[in-house]
Design a protein around this ligand. Structure first.
Ligand code: PDD
Length: 285
């Protein structure tokens, strides 16, 4: 596949950076994953504005305007569509603080950020019939990451360790709760639950990423007349929910049928999910 590195396109295998890059040494950078289906990106504006906010928060000058990021995305999709025949292409953008001559914690002055992009295959859109859905089983853990989870940092070891705990438990995600027992998000997704027909998701704060899929889903559900609120719920309420869903750029709105070994609701994909995924697709495409 073809990658983008510091203004140039090249085979991914030829994209090379220095081990003195602060992204490598410190995880000092910001990233985005943007889904595209048949050439059209989902939530592009949201992704570029979140990236701009993240870069600002860590004092890296945004190397490109939204139009320039759009051009890079379009080029990556165009150059990679021969390699990714399904047309379900995720675009990864990564801006690190850049390469320094020494390893020193403080932000160095006058270094240029390293900008990297590549394309990879993502899952096809979710089927809209619940009988064909791809359900998730998840683990549940106390969030042991940092207190700036709203920043989409490339320092992902905390997320990776939580995700791995799920894999080790034989499932494919880990939902997280804070020290008060309230659900925040999952290691790589946001979380929604349904109780008595009402959909809820935790409100935004420093404990979770403001997911673009989450934002699109909330709008889509409202437009379709579904009841959705941004409210905290506890891990006990999650386990008692009728339905639980995950949202992310690569998963859209995905149903969860088991949390920590316990079935959610009937243990099958729920009826509200079917309405929700239809609403999401109707809004998105
Ligand atoms: N993950 N929360 C966390 C911790 C995430 O890493 C992600 C995205 C989300 C959902 O955000 P969005 O809807 O904007 O994709 C929530 C990406 C896809 C990843 O790390 O691969």
């Amino acid at each position: 596949t073809i990658a983008f590195l510091n203004g140039e396109y090249m085979p991914l295998s030829e994209a090379k950076i220095s081990p003195m890059d602060r992204g490598f040494l410190f995880g000092d950078g910001i990233y985005e994953v943007i889904p595209t289906y048949s050439g059209s990106a989902v939530g592009f504006k949201g992704h570029t504005s979140r990236m701009a906010q993240g870069l600002k928060a860590i004092e890296i000058a945004n190397p490109y305007s939204a139009e320039e990021w759009q051009d890079i995305l379009t080029s990556l999709v165009e150059k990679n569509k021969a390699f990714i025949e399904s047309g379900n292409i995720g675009v990864y953008f990564h801006v690190s603080r850049g390469t320094d001559t020494k390893r020193f914690h403080a932000y160095p002055k006058n270094i240029a950020p390293t900008v990297f992009g590549f394309a990879f295959e993502i899952a096809p859109p979710q089927p809209t019939a619940k009988s064909e859905a791809r359900p998730f089983k998840v683990a549940l853990q106390q969030d042991k990451r940092w207190q700036r989870c709203h920043i989409k940092s490339t320092s992902l070891l905390g997320n990776v360790m939580h995700y791995q705990a799920g894999v080790d438990a034989g499932v494919n995600e880990t939902i997280l709760y804070n020290s008060e027992g309230m659900i925040t998000e999952a290691s790589s997704c946001n979380v929604f639950m349904v109780k008595d027909g009402c959909i809820s998701t935790p409100p935004l704060n420093h404990e979770l990423l403001p997911g673009i899929t989450r934002a699109i889903a909330i709008e889509a559900f409202k437009q379709a007349g579904l009841v959705v609120t941004e409210t905290w719920f506890s891990k006990d309420e999650l386990l008692e929910a009728d339905e639980v869903w995950l949202t992310s750029s690569s998963k859209e709105v995905a149903p969860v049928v088991e949390v920590d070994g316990k079935p959610i609701g009937t243990g099958e994909v729920g009826d509200v999910w079917e309405k929700a995924i239809k609403a999401y697709h109707a809004y998105k495409f």
